[in-house]
Design a binder for this molecule. Structure first.
Ligand code: FAD
Length: 484
């Protein structure tokens, strides 16, 4: 029997810098498999991420086809399907790139055990992190809980390995009839919305896939990275890379991003301070840190990292939660963010912090409700970054913002969207209001509001909560923890 292999695509939907794919391709003809895993044992993808996945798989199939390969799609439980495919094809090597959520690790271990027992070689690789979560540890060998020393330890290891090129030629393994793969068509995959089709804004905003990711890197390094250290706080401008969904689905990996950034800096293509490049690399570092935390604290999406918060007196307020989700809180910067999220599947980081703080602190609603909503609506919904960031804002996380730091959505809006451009983009009914009052429409006289066509409570909501009241209630709730 001649050597052949199975490569299992997961969160690594790219050909370049894909070590498990390279190993499989070097071994002989390769069957490239993606399994739509909808088992309730693992966290099911949210709606926006499913849309992204559908588009990304289509792009991947084309990229593979251009190199002589073929993407095979199946639906079901990988623990059942992978051994079945191995038996039907007779491959003697199975490769994949590692994942770090507890449920995925459990699945991979189960599949590996079964295949190895049956005599098939299994090899796994790292494609999605600069360092494995277990490689970075404190002096006493424990996981880090604070970002700065974590990042110092990462930087002390020197530059990450250079990315590997894509395999030039792939020899596809012929498929036995018995396998019955899924056709790559939107309707049959059932990943995209139909009635209603809410993905129009996402189709306009994004180009999922490896080519889209590479294009986003070039345009970011060619332009927005200049001034990134400061500019990254401005939602009214194109101030960040917008690479998060591409990273989430592994259409580009952090090693590639790292070396592309260094190359642009050395070539003098990043005007202004070298600090911008370093700041950008440290944001990649936050992603690494989130995975470090998730690996060592697998319940991050459901359990407070800091157990003191288990006694926190969260409120159940479905009407307020709904107003927040739909962008109808009466606070323009919050509503603009929530509408950007709903329309494009993405929200600027500064605004994510503002809307999360508003939900958790002013509305006193459990951070897990926000985490779940983001999980369903973000195209970059990430098993590590999402819960880590929510817990960071809540104050219950590792190295978290102190709970008493409560963002005021009006002053945040005035500071980071000074001309009101961002609010106008997402809340056209406020479009005629002047800045800075666009961030606090209720402070304008009835005449000024009428002149701008705004009728509070009719064309745009009145604030659902008084900021001073909400702030004090949050501080009292925090103080109650001290007595718990
Ligand atoms: P850039 O500024 O260009 O940064 C480049 C990359 O660095 C990002 O793509 C991302 O991978 C990483 N990064 C940047 N900031 C952070 C951060 N604070 N924490 C971890 N990694 C970071 N990010 C996600 O990828 N998925 C999520 O589900 C997610 N949920 C979030 C929820 C909340 C409440 C908050 C406050 C933040 C969340 N973030 C999440 C982090 C951050 O907002 C996004 O990574 C960032 O806005 C993506 O935009 P960008 O690619 O243009 O970022």
């Amino acid at each position: 029997m001649s050597a052949s292999s199975l490569f299992w695509f997961r969160d690594d939907l790219r050909l370049a810098d894909n070590p498990a794919l390279c190993a499989a391709a070097a071994h002989g003809p390769v069957l490239c498999l993606y399994i739509l895993d909808e088992s309730p044992k693992r966290r099911v993808l949210g709606g926006a991420a499913r849309w992204w996945l559908s588009r990304s798989l289509a792009a991947l199939a084309e990229e593979l086809g251009a190199r002589g390969g073929r993407l095979v799609l199946m639906r079901g439980d990988p623990a059942r399907l992978i051994p079945m495919v191995v038996a039907a094809t007779g491959v003697d090597l199975v490769t994949w790139n590692r994942r770090y959520e507890a449920a995925a690790i459990a699945l991979d271990s189960e599949v590996k055990r079964e295949l190895t027992q049956a005599g098939t070689t299994v090899a796994s690789y790292n494609a999605s992190l600069l360092n494995e979560p277990w490689q970075i540890a404190t002096g006493s060998g424990t996981p880090f809980k604070v970002f700065t020393p974590y990042w110092r330890a990462v930087r002390a290891r020197g530059e990450p390995a250079a990315p590997a090129p894509a395999p030039t030629q792939l020899r596809p393994l012929p498929l036995p009839e018995s396998l019955k793969p899924l056709a790559l068509d939107h309707e049959r995959l059932m990943l995209e919305p139909t009635a209603p089709d809410w993905a129009g804004g996402m189709r306009e905003a994004w180009i999922p896939g490896e080519a889209g990711a590479t294009g986003a890197v070039s345009s970011f390094l060619g332009e927005a990275i200049a001034g990134y250290s400061e500019g990254r706080n401005r939602p009214d401008k194109v101030s960040t890379s917008r690479l998060s969904p591409h990273l989430r689905f592994g259409e580009i990996g952090p090693r590639q991003l790292w070396h592309a950034t260094l190359a642009a800096r050395h070539a003098g293509e990043i005007p202004g301070s070298a600090g911008d490049a370093e700041k950008f690399l440290s944001e990649i570092g936050w992603r690494e840190f989130s995975y470090h935390l998730l690996f060592h604290h697998p319940d991050l999406a459901t359990q407070n990292f800091n157990a003191r918060f288990d006694a926190f007196p969260w409120r159940q307020d479905d009407a307020a939660l709904h107003a927040w989700q739909r962008g109808l809180t009466g606070y323009p910067i919050v509503d603009a963010g929530m509408r950007e999220l709903w329309t494009t599947g993405w929200m600027h980081n500064r605004v994510r912090m503002i809307v999360a703080s508003f939900l958790i602190k002013h509305l006193l609603i459990d951070w897990r409700e926000g985490e779940r909503w983001f999980w369903d609506t973000l195209v970059d919904a990430d098993p590590a970054n999402n819960p880590t960031s929510w817990q960071w804002v809540a104050g219950s996380g590792a190295d978290a913002a102190p709970y008493f730091r409560i963002f005021n959505p009006v002053t945040q809006g005035e500071k980071f969207d000074p001309d009101g451009t961002y609010v106008r983009r997402w809340i056209p009914e406020l479009g005629q209001l002047p800045a800075p009052e666009i961030h606090s429409p209720w402070t304008l006289s009835p005449g000024k509001l009428a002149a701008a066509g705004v009728r509070l409570g009719e064309t745009y909501p009145r604030p659902i909560i008084d900021l001073g009241f909400g702030r004090q209630r949050a501080l009292d709730a925090l103080a109650s923890l001290g007595r718990a």
